[in-house]
Design a protein around this ligand. Structure first.
Ligand code: XMP
Length: 318
């Protein structure tokens, strides 16, 4: 039978054998999966591990600072925070196709990692928190035509990058990764975090990105998630998110006409992210969140709730 303890022992053993005296760069995303991977590898090889946590300009409100704090203060990981937000946002300017956005984001991450490694030839490995469902949905067994979304963290590294991948949780599902994380002593409030995609808010502002649109989304997402936590609903859903629709509609505020954007709220229940049902959140809750978003965020005058399940919809909108 699978237990997190035996999984950890086996992985520590095999990571040590594989890495020898070399160094590993671990890309932390702020999510549970990569955090578990970094903690596991740190246990195995100590200071031969170096982590980077990149601010790609697509993170949620306050996320970079608060997660960096957790990494250093609580988990004592050797991590360097890198602010690359300008680079990411520059490269994404004018791009509206979802797959193109994903590819640009994935490639830019690689460029930032390479920059971090510089000419230190001891770095031989890149560690990532790829999960089994990421592998299935991205590099479909049926070939590229059946790919649903190119998860930026799946599909290998570009030829020119001379690093081998280490993906210790590649065969696990999310609930198993959480179990491993708990056994490794990662705090519960962090283990319970909803999944967050590598391309971040970049695929939640539909179409072309801008600093302004990202900020509108950031505020809406913050209100939604804060209220879920406040009302003890956060742990009842697999994932909750806000999406900024690049659609303007007419509204009225006081006696002024408004012509502003729409926020779509999405919350789903799921076991592994591969199929999902929309969450039947209480109407009063949705009404409260909608009121707060429209009253507090200038630039949003309409909120809708996504009632599609996966399939045929996906969880993210891009
Ligand atoms: P979809 O939208 O495909 O999402 O139903 C399923 C789960 O995967 C997450 N997701 C990603 N995670 N890189 C990631 O690390 C990605 O490119 C990516 N795309 C989607 C999504 O948030 C959901 O939990």
């Amino acid at each position: 039978d699978w237990t997190s303890e035996s999984f950890i022992d086996e992985q520590i053993q095999s990571i040590r054998e594989k890495v020898g005296d070399d160094k590993v760069l671990c890309a932390l995303s702020g999510g549970v999966d990569s955090t578990v991977v970094a903690t596991l590898i740190h246990k195995a090889i100590g200071d031969q591990l170096q982590c980077v946590f990149v601010d790609n300009g697509l993170l949620r409100k306050n996320e970079f600072e608060s997660v960096l704090d957790l990494y250093t203060q609580d988990l004592h990981l050797p991590v360097k925070g890198v602010d690359a937000s300008k680079l990411f946002l520059d490269r994404l300017t004018g791009i509206s196709d979802p797959e193109e956005k994903r590819k640009i984001i994935g490639n830019t991450f690689i460029d930032v990692f390479e920059e971090e490694i510089g000419d230190d030839a001891d770095f031989k490995y890149l560690a990532q928190g790829t999960l089994y469902p990421d592998v299935i949905e991205s590099v479909s067994f049926k070939g590229p035509s059946a790919t649903i979304k190119s998860h930026h963290n799946v599909g290998g590294l570009p030829e020119k990058m001379k690093l081998d991948l280490i993906e210790p949780v590649r065969e696990l599902f999310k609930d198993e990764v959480r179990e491993v994380g708990r056994t490794l002593g990662i705090p519960d409030h962090f283990i319970g975090r909803h999944p967050f995609p590598g391309p971040g808010l970049g695929i939640r502002v539909l179409g072309e990105l801008s600093e302004d649109r990202l900020n509108l989304l950031r505020e809406a997402d913050y209100i939604f998630v804060e209220e879920l936590k406040e009302q003890n609903l956060y742990n009842d859903v697999w994932q909750a998110l806000a999406v900024l629709l690049p659609v303007q509609s007419v509204g009225v505020m006081g006696d002024e006409r408004t012509y502003e954007f729409t926020i779509a709220l999405r919350a789903v229940t799921s076991l592994d992210g591969m199929t999902a049902d929309w969450s039947h959140l209480p109407y009063e809750f949705l009404a409260h969140v909608s009121n707060r978003i429209i009253n507090e965020i200038k630039g949003i005058n309409r909120v809708v709730y996504d009632i599609s399940s996966k399939p045929p919809a996906t969880i993210e909108w891009e």
